[in-house]
Write a protein that binds this ligand. Structure first.
Ligand SMILES: [Zn+2]
Length: 337
């Protein structure tokens, strides 16, 4: 660990646990930490959760995150006594430390984590986030930042509104029949909500797991309208006959379904243009649930912490740490080193 980790009680372990204060490990298991925080339901933030559920005093998360994990990862014992559900802004006290989850604009239920230590230090972790909808954590002694798009190459400098583009692409393609949308859990549901809010009223069809994730999103306040299972007769007929509907599938099934229909893949890993053709009837749309490089810098600038640690476990944090030091004049290190 560099001096940042030792002096400010914030760091990232070799296994990807974001360590805050004396008690808290976020997003991976750590044998020495009695509190585990799950910032959101994506798999790279659930590392060792089964062990945490067994051995930690408490496992903290939002109710939406618990429900999403329940449908995507059904075998985990989430009803064991250690799970503690927190609202955004509701403090949890443990051994002289106070842990608070604050909203992060990423997927449903996603949180930033603030720990106020017994010595009066404020140490925090962003989790995954988009800068526009995420309130900056102010007055931190140390801030751990995600680094997914932490290199100057990863900038989305498009002039177009990607949400509007998505709506117009779907509407245009619906005239020819079914439109398949491929993406990850959480983001697919965000696309559904964008389309519904733009008055796209055709049926939404989806396989079982996407369906259950959608049910959770709706139970927690997202507006997805009616949606139907691809295995039920209505959904089957719509897809078999290529009728106007939007079919939502996980990115992993892209090579297997909807091969003869219009297809839209939503991905954050696209920086050249807002939309790019990648197949005969297939387009990639640059719709991300992460900040790009400029967004990461902007967030750190707004927070203005005393020190920064970049997550060098889930992505390459070295460049981001260097750019934060150089451009913002804030000491920053990548961890684990
Ligand atoms: Zn994520």
């Amino acid at each position: 660990m560099g001096c940042v980790g030792v002096s400010e009680k914030a760091g990232v372990s070799a296994r990807g646990a974001v360590l805050l204060g004396d008690s808290v490990a976020c997003d991976a298991f750590d044998a020495d930490r009695p509190l585990r925080v799950v910032t959101h339901a994506h798999a790279d933030h659930l590392v060792g959760l089964r062990r945490s559920l067994k051995s930690c005093d408490k496992v903290l998360m939002t109710a939406a995150t618990r429900d999403l994990i329940g449908v995507v990862n059904g075998s985990l014992p989430l009803d064991c006594g250690s799970v503690e559900l927190l609202e955004y802004g509701e403090p949890f006290e443990y051994g002289g430390e106070r842990v608070t989850l604050l909203k992060a604009d990423h997927i449903l239920g996603a949180a930033q984590v603030l720990v106020e230590t017994s010595e009066g230090k404020r140490v925090a972790y962003t989790g995954d986030f988009r800068v526009d909808g995420t309130e900056p954590l102010l007055g931190c002694d140390a801030l751990v930042v995600e680094a997914t798009y932490g290199s100057p190459w990863f900038r989305r400098a498009f002039k177009v509104d990607v949400r509007e583009l998505l709506v117009s692409m779907v509407e245009e393609r619906l005239r020819r029949g079914t439109v398949y949308v491929f993406g990850y859990y959480g983001k697919l549901q965000e696309v559904m909500q964008i389309l519904r809010r733009a008055d796209v009223c055709v049926p939404f069809v989806m396989p079982e797991r996407v369906f259950h994730v959608s049910e959770v999103c709706e139970a927690h306040g997202m507006e997805l309208g009616d949606f139907t299972l691809s295995t039920e007769t209505e959904g089957q007929v719509l897809l078999d006959e290529d009728l106007p509907c939007v079919a939502f599938y996980h990115m992993n099934t892209r090579k297997k379904v909807g091969l003869r229909s219009s297809r839209i893949c939503v991905s954050g890993w696209e920086f050249r243009s807002a939309c790019r053709q990648i197949g005969e009837r297939e387009h990639l749309v640059a719709f991300s649930d992460h900040s790009d490089f400029c967004g990461l810098l902007e967030y750190v600038r707004r927070c203005s912490p005393k020190r920064v640690v970049t997550d060098n476990h889930r992505s390459n944090g070295v460049t981001l740490a260097r750019e934060i030091s150089r451009r913002l004049g804030i000491p920053a290190v990548a961890m684990p080193g």
